[in-house]
Design a protein around this ligand. Sequence first.
Ligand code: PLZ
Length: 445
Amino acid sequence: MVSSIESSVGTARKIITELPGPKSRALHERRKAVVSAGLTNGFPIYIERANGAILQDVDGNQILDLGSGIAVTSIGHAVPELIDAVSAQVAAFTHTCFMVTPYESYVEVCEELAALTPGTHAKTSALLNSGSEAVENAVKVARLATGRQAIVVFEHAYHGRTNLTMALTAKNMPYKDRFGPFAPEIYRVPMSYPYRDGMSGAEAAARAIKIIETQVGAKNVAALLIEPIQGEGGFVVPAEGFLPALSEWTTQNGVVFIADEIQSGFCRTGDWFAVDYEGVVPDMVTTAKGLAGGMPLAAVTGRAELMNAVHEGGLGGTYGGNPVAAAAALATIKTMRDRNLAGRAREIGEIVLGNLRSLQLDVAIIGDVRGRGAMLAMELVVPGTKDPNAAAAKAIVSYCNQHGVIALACGTDGNVIRLLPPLVITDEQLADGLDVLAAAVRSAS
Ligand code: PLZ
């Protein structure tokens, strides 16, 4: 078994060169000649191998990963179950195209999705390659099944970078600027953002619904698409009651409620899905990222009557549900179940929220600390105000990187630091990362 080869990656952060080191810097020069300048690297250290929550770069530095490749490697790096499942599948066959000749693992992944996503109704899925593609397909199906066109999205939303999903995404720079024209029939309404709007969930839902009803018309709306906890837009956790109220309104009005759980799903928030927290049952769920432990796989899972309304051949793609990615997903889900990673996410949440809240008492730049499970953030402000402090976020990320910790910024105003550690991170690793983060915050204050 490939997994029995012992990893050479240690379990602690260890910095042996300046960062990025000489080999990374040389690779970065090579990159510039051949990789589009449109792609940036938050932290240009080149990775050679990884294990658990530690990345090892080409210069031999060991970096603590508090980002999981943007919420993807939730089960950690180089997990034996995943290595074995993927290796065995590569040896068996790598591709047939599910639309040509099917295979069992595709069906098994869809069975897992039907069982794990909220609600006991009959559900079917389509497997795709990326989160953006899953969102695109959810919108296609919702429009076809309802015979309506309008799609309602929220302020600060992020749903992808393809043409349709750029239109669904809120933020102009860097995602949309000069890439238009964008797809029509997309309407944006205010999100519940307790730190900034001070509204209850019910009030914020009423505000959004009023805008939909007066400016779009309920009967024109095919779907309401929402991240139950927003990701790129700033880890905005809506006030309690917001999601249930919207869900109820969609049910009353024949609107498809689509939960985009691409970042928040698969144990990240301490449940299989973020909507589980308030018992909301979406009509459709989009998933990707954490689903397959790093292999590219995404899915739309929805009520069978919606998903099956599509004519034969209406959904598909060459690689969607690729056998290697499907094997990775099955190993990932099993690992999450066996190791109770949802429970571990809740523990991580308690540790980190407690830590950041006490730090907040000491410094003036942390306006808000929020999150659930292992999807955690602090929003940085100019002291004494609520004005976004993107400079502080930038300084904190850079300090963390210089000290061998990956932390990511996000937010419409770029002023939020988010933590998305692998759920297998140890208490020691987490404490180490939080120490570096606290030093970074103090140095930026
Ligand atoms: N929906 C909620 O978080 C991807 C994007 C990073 P893809 N988020 C990371 C970047 O700058 O491109 C995401 C998400 C939510 C959809 C997507 C899109 O998923 O797999 O990146 O297409």
